[in-house]
Design a binder for this molecule. Structure first.
Ligand code: ADP
Length: 452
């Protein structure tokens, strides 16, 4: 029903629970301790009362006398009887206390009368002259009960407040302690967008989080270095391959010019030449990509007329259009300009249109259209060719990815990677819609604010 709990919520919950348990345990202990201390004081008082009353009972002329009929302590009652239970003297009017409670000498008894509690203490049999008497003293527990109920009230009133305060405190503490982690996540997100040179801002304190930031930054440094080494390797390899392929091609061309070649050898040489051409194309494309990724390509930005570029692309592809019997229509409005690198824009449109022709069926139609709105320029290359299966769509911009490499040997799988890079360096975006058997639409959008 609920998703996994956020760390902050978990920290707050634990903090609140812990505070609540600690405050409750402290309150209960304090309450019980106060109760037992108050009871001990009352017991001492009742004991003292019993001793004082007993000391005041005397016999004069065969009669029992009392010096003081009012007990020293307020809230105290006493009851003096003969051994058989007949009353001799008493103070306090709660008769029921005397009649209904059994006599247990030297033992404290707690008795409740209505809402009031009493602590009772009986003396043993005392002999004064020929009198054999008993004394019972009762101390009221009302004051103790009032103190304890006031404590209960305080606890019940303050506990919800304390609960709320600990939730608030927990939220505050967890927010403060998680703030650096949130900053790390934000920076890591920025890095994940593709900027490997970015680093997490160092934490102000040299604590665990500071160490974590430092370790992460060191890790990023190693990752960036490894990544650059890998890029360097691709570009170095492409460079190194360029010369041998050129040499192979030159020799193959010389050999093909030989008039004494057999038909079989001529066809083999043609295959070698075709593969050389393909390899040169791959090398050229790889160099473009690696140079772009290493940031070694310096953009030459100028006001580019997209209608002129589209016209140029149509001219370049005129042969392959007629070879494949595909019609190309241009619908780019006049004066549609963009601040961009002219040769990259040409390469971009060339790649997309080449693909549109390559993956069209004979008699197919390809259209390059343009549209400008106040904050962006949109270019669209549309074909009604074989289309791209939905499961392949997320991969077509990956290097060397080809939907069906067996069917067509002319592709390299690098064209769309170049397209993606060109779009990226111009701050644009690309959207692909394609349905197998119906055709594909590649929509490019360049914000004017960024490129202009
Ligand atoms: P390639 O050199 O193979 O065309 P790309 O990187 O240009 O390489 O394209 C990658 C893959 O995407 C192609 O192999 C192809 O399967 C598919 N693709 C690209 N454009 C189209 C299109 N207009 N129609 C159908 N499939 C396409």
């Amino acid at each position: 029903m609920f998703g996994p709990m956020r760390l902050r919520a978990r920290m707050t919950l634990w903090y609140t629970l812990l505070t609540f348990v600690m405050v409750s345990a402290f309150s209960v202990t304090l309450y019980m301790l106060t109760g037992s201390v108050l009871e001990a004081i009352l017991k001492k008082d009742v004991q003292l009362q019993l001793e004082q009353i007993t000391a005041q009972i005397e016999s004069e002329h065969g009669m029992l006398t009392f010096e003081n009929e009012v007990p020293l302590s307020k809230n105290t009652m006493y009851f003096i009887t003969e051994e058989d239970g007949s009353e001799l003297a008493s103070y306090g009017d709660d008769i029921a206390l005397w009649d209904s409670v059994p006599i247990l000498p030297d033992t404290f008894q707690v008795v409740h009368q209505g809402t009031e509690g009493w602590l009772l203490l009986d003396s043993g049999i005392l002999t004064v002259d020929h009198f054999r008497i008993r004394v019972r003293v009762a101390g009221s527990m009302a004051t103790n009960d009032r103190v304890l109920s006031a404590m209960r009230l305080i606890f019940f009133l303050t506990l919800p407040g304390m609960g709320l305060a600990s939730v608030w405190g927990g939220l505050l503490i967890s927010r403060r302690s998680l703030l650096p982690i949130r900053q790390i996540i934000q920076s890591a997100n920025r890095i994940a967008q593709g900027d490997l040179s970015a680093r997490i801002p160092p934490a102000p304190a040299r604590d665990e989080l500071g160490e974590m930031t430092e370790t992460l930054n060191q890790m990023l440094q190693s990752v960036e270095e490894a990544f650059l080494r890998e890029k360097r390797f691709s570009s170095d390899a492409s460079h190194e391959l360029r010369t041998p392929v050129t040499v192979i091609r030159a020799y193959a061309e010389t050999l093909r010019a030989d008039a004494n070649l057999t038909l079989g050898h001529a066809s083999e040489l043609n295959t070698i030449l075709a593969e050389c051409e393909r390899m040169q194309k791959i090398i050229a494309q790889l160099l473009t990509i690696t140079r772009g990724e290493e940031g070694r390509y310096s953009l030459c930005l100028e006001e580019v007329d997209l209608r002129i570029i589209a016209g140029g692309v149509a001219e370049t592809l005129a042969d392959s259009l007629s070879e494949r019997q595909v019609t190309l229509s241009l619908a780019v409005p006049q004066g549609m300009t963009l601040r961009a690198d002219q040769s990259l824009m040409t390469e971009l449109l060339l790649n997309l249109t080449e693909n549109a022709i390559k993956y069209s069926r004979p008699g197919g139609r390809v259209e390059i259209s343009g549209r400008a709105d106040p904050d962006a320029v949109e270019l669209q290359v549309r074909d009604d060719g074989i289309g791209i299966p939905p499961e392949a769509l997320p991969h077509i911009f990956e290097r060397f990815y080809r939907v069906d490499s067996a069917r067509d040997r002319s592709g390299t799988g690098l064209g769309l990677s170049i397209v993606a890079w060109i779009v990226r360096v111009h701050g644009g975006s690309i959207r692909t819609e394609s349905y197998p058997g119906e055709g594909s639409v590649f929509t490019l959008r360049f914000p004017i604010s960024i490129t202009g």
